[in-house]
Design a protein around this ligand. Structure first.
Ligand code: BG6
Length: 486
């Protein structure tokens, strides 16, 4: 079904000189506009940050970033920046600055004949999200002549209590229907496809339960280290950076019940239910790790504590593995193994659904029976697609079994996929909340992780380029399993 294009609006970004805006949002906003521009520009972009830049300086920064991202031909980029981008310096971010911002917003809207619809995108560290919302509210910016939408990046708070109070603060000024909590994983084509894959194919949905599935693995592995983000990461760690949102979102989409419809709230109701049915996490269900010096494909790489900007005695975890159980009819007794880390051997995001072994086996065995069990691997990146392993008879006189793989790859069938931010930004502009995290969902996710966050455990060392501390292997072996990618 063709969707109605967004209404004309002003897209205001806080933290406009920062990494997220310059590296991710700008190229995606340009791509969104190019895709929409047939009937004229639907939005203007107003960047805000503390730096005292002139509009000209900000535009050249944006142009440089767009060129770096190879977002399009130079002349086209230049024209777009000159036509679309404006800047407002927030100086000391005090009340006067926000009053001035209000004037600037109205000025840009008048100049571009915009009707007063506004998106406020907070591309900011979580510590300053609350004060920014407060300033927006105090300046009356939350009520615009048209609609207003607030976009907040992850991590949303630091724990259950801070997420609850941030939600409370936001709800003082914005209705939940106006709030878009972003998790860019939800914009990935392959993540959205999980719903279609499960609920448009009887073949899978009818076996998607404890009777037919033995266990599920969700891996989000990165080969890179902390890079230049120590200032952020060393205070956050893998639990808050990856597990609280990305991995738990993948878990909810894999485990949720069929929603009544595709209505955003129906889908999110089912996702929240999954989080509510998670059994309390025990210390023995979790392994935390921190990488030490090791090797990657290019040679020797430093340990986490030797990375620039990381505290020399840092106890921040760069790896997490956990075994979770759901207290539900569909999943009772079925482990969901989650794993994520930096400086692992490769970049791979996958969900592996391991089916049960046949109850009676009369074929010759190759090693353990487990190798004959069907596996469905949904690869979210790279090489997006899926693979189903099935058992076949090898041609010949003897009955000899061989595992074969049925493959599907998005790139082969449809070409390259759009960036997740592009999808999500367009959803914000169109007012579709399906792929955004609701207030109760984010609170539940923090609640689930509470016992681990509060445990104060020190991470175990693992060599860069390995699959995490040996205890992560033991965690699944205790359940009689092993990681498919290891
Ligand atoms: C971000 C985290 O949310 O996701 C980063 O802050 C991480 O630490 C990134 O590297 C991974 O995203 P992707 O899309 O590359 O898997």
């Amino acid at each position: 079904m063709a969707r109605a294009p967004p209404e004309p609006h002003l897209f205001v970004v806080f933290g406009a000189t920062g990494d997220l805006m310059q590296r991710k949002l700008l190229p995606s906003l340009f791509a969104v506009e190019t895709a929409l521009s047939k009937g004229g520009p639907p939005f203007r972009l107003l960047g805000c940050a503390r730096q005292p830049l002139t509009e000209r300086e900000f535009r050249s920064l944006c142009l440089k970033s767009l060129r770096g991202a190879k977002a399009g031909p130079l002349e086209e980029l230049r024209r777009w920046v000159d036509r679309t981008v404006a800047y407002a310096s927030l100086g000391d971010s005090g009340p006067d600055a926000y009053a001035a911002l209000r004037g600037r917003i109205e000025e840009v809207e008048r100049g571009a004949h915009l009707p007063g619809n506004r998106v406020f995108y907070l591309a900011l560290p979580s510590e300053v999200v609350g004060s920014t919302v407060e300033q927006l509210g105090a300046a009356g910016l939350h009520r615009s002549p048209g609609w207003s939408r607030l976009v907040v990046e992850k991590p949303f708070g630091r724990d259950y209590r801070s997420a609850v109070s941030l939600n409370r603060l936001i709800h003082r000024y914005f209705h939940e229907k106006e709030v878009y909590r972003i998790d860019h994983y939800l914009g990935k084509e392959t993540v959205q496809n999980l719903l279609v894959f499960r609920f448009a194919n009887m073949l899978f949905e009818s076996v998607w339960n404890r009777d037919r599935i033995d266990h599920v693995e969700i891996t989000v592995a990165e080969d890179l280290g902390v890079e230049h983000r120590a200032g952020y990461y060393d205070h956050v760690g893998a639990l808050r950076d990856m597990v609280q949102s990305h991995l738990l979102q993948l878990l909810t989409l894999t485990a949720m019940e069929v929603p009544a419809s595709l209505d955003p709230d129906q889908v999110r109701n089912e996702k929240v239910k999954v989080l509510r049915t998670l059994e309390p996490i025990r210390p023995s269900d979790v392994v935390l790790g921190q990488y030490t010096a090791g090797r990657d494909g290019t040679g020797k790489v430093p340990g986490y504590r030797q990375e620039p900007g990381v505290a020399r005695r840092s106890k921040t975890e760069t790896f997490v593995a956990m075994a979770l159980q759901l207290h539900s009819w569909r999943w009772h007794g079925i482990p969901f193994y989650l794993r994520t880390g930096k400086r692992l051997p490769s970049k791979v995001t996958e969900i592996v659904v391991r089916f049960r072994e046949p109850p009676v086996w009369f074929f010759p065995e190759r090693g353990s029976r487990e190798i004959h069990a069907n596996r469905l691997t949904i690869t979210l990146q790279p090489n997006e697609g899926f693979m189903l392993s099935i058992e076949l008879k090898r041609p010949g006189q003897e009955i000899e079994l061989v595992s074969q793989r049925l493959h599907f790859q998005y790139a082969e069938a449809f070409g390259p996929l759009a960036d997740s931010y592009q999808t999500l930004l367009l959803d914000v502009m169109e007012g579709d909340q399906t792929l955004f995290v609701r207030a109760d969902e984010v609170e539940e996710a923090w609640r689930v992780l509470g016992p681990v966050l509060e445990s104060g455990r020190s991470p175990l060392p693992y060599a860069a380029g390995s699959w995490g501390p040996p205890a992560a292997r033991a965690l699944v072996e205790d359940g009689g399993h092993h990681w498919t990618t290891d």
